[in-house]
Write a protein that binds this ligand. Structure first.
Ligand code: IMP
Ligand code: MG
Length: 185
């Protein structure tokens, strides 16, 4: 695998995005909703940079696949413990790839009566979007490669890498045989 973004570069990008988020909400109370599992590292770093009155909640979105291949999306909003009614909500996810996760999640959150719903991601993958929306905040745009680290996994591994790395083709060889186009969502 090759390093795409170092720890320092990740830190810089997240500080920049936190600045934009603070400017947008202007000190108003905010509920951050992290999309498990990939967002956990970003979530931990981002919330410590936001000096706003803040609540933190979690939802889970899971693609039932092995590795980089597609699968049905299961979204579980039952993890939400508090009410988000009349709250400004910011969904935080690791990566915006096809966009299906946020596209399917946002209407479910909307049904709960928040004042607003916006989204922030660490990464936006180039040329992959399949939905009519873009995240409101994104720290980085990356090329169309499968990346791991800083919360992102390949077959449940590598989430603990402090940097972001792109897997080499031979490292995802099994998947490539089943999916020569290399689509992962
Ligand atoms: P989307 O619904 O296609 O936007 O996909 C979003 C989810 O797919 C992310 O939250 C990740 O869990 C997963 N994903 C997409 N691309 C990558 C990648 O390059 N590395 C690891 N996970 C990825
Ligand atoms: Mg995810």
């Amino acid at each position: 695998m090759k390093t795409l973004l170092t720890e320092e570069q990740l830190g810089e990008g997240i500080r920049r995005m936190a600045g934009e988020i603070k400017k947008h909400y202007q000190g108003r109370p905010l509920t951050i909703v992290g999309v498990m599992i990939g967002s956990i590292v970003l979530l931990a770093d981002l919330i410590r940079l936001l000096d706003l009155p803040l609540r933190v909640e979690l939802v889970q979105a899971r693609k039932n696949h092995a590795g980089t291949r597609p699968g049905p999306l299961a979204i579980d909003v039952d993890l939400l413990s508090g009410s988000i009614q009349s709250r400004d909500v910011l969904l935080v996810d690791d990566i915006f790839d096809t966009g299906r996760t946020l596209w399917e999640l946002i209407p479910q959150i909307d049904e709960m009566g928040p004042t607003s719903v916006r989204s922030a991601v660490l990464l936006c993958k180039e040329g992959r979007c399949k939905v009519a929306m873009k995240p409101d905040f994104a720290a980085f745009t990356i090329p169309n490669e499968f990346v791991v680290g800083y919360g992102l996994d390949y077959r449940d591994q590598y989430r603990n890498l402090p940097y972001l790395a792109a897997l080499e083709p031979h490292e995802i060889e099994d998947d490539a045989k089943n999916n020569p186009a290399g689509n992962n969502a």
